[in-house]
Design a protein. Sequence first.
Length: 179
Amino acid sequence: MAMTFEGPFWPRLEVLTFVALLLTACVSDLRTRRIPNRVVLFGLLAGVSLAIVTDGPFIGGGRALGGFATGMAIWMPFWLLQMMGGGDVKFFAVGAIWLGPHGAVEAAMLAGLCGGALSLVYLLAQHGFSYTLIRLALGLQHPSSLRVAAPVEWDRRMPYAVAMAAGLAGAARWPGLLL
């Protein structure tokens, strides 16, 4: 499903709601390192409602729930391993409502790529070029060294909603880009 601003009212409202969800989650995560449940609940209700209104209860509702379930299935293991926050997982799953199952897989791949780039930028900003270069070189030689916990005084919480939103937006704007 390619989202555009052309055509009847409902698809345009769907695009605007999707963009508002992505921006709200990003701003919240950048400011507080949290994505409030009310943002996720709004996205869930709006996404399912608009999918049903736009494509009917069986096709639209099925695609929406399939996207949600796929998004949860992809990122839930990372939350269970404490590698990601629950808000990020819920946010992605709700964003995947707009994309369906196939789009959710593509969005997850794009989010992973964006997350890797964001991690590198975050590491550079927090610890500088020298530390980052040494850490990456050591990680390439001994991957198990990357599992060592960071000192308590370091802020390890990265605003991953930015990467999730970029992946979701990319998959919505350019469906079929990777798959």
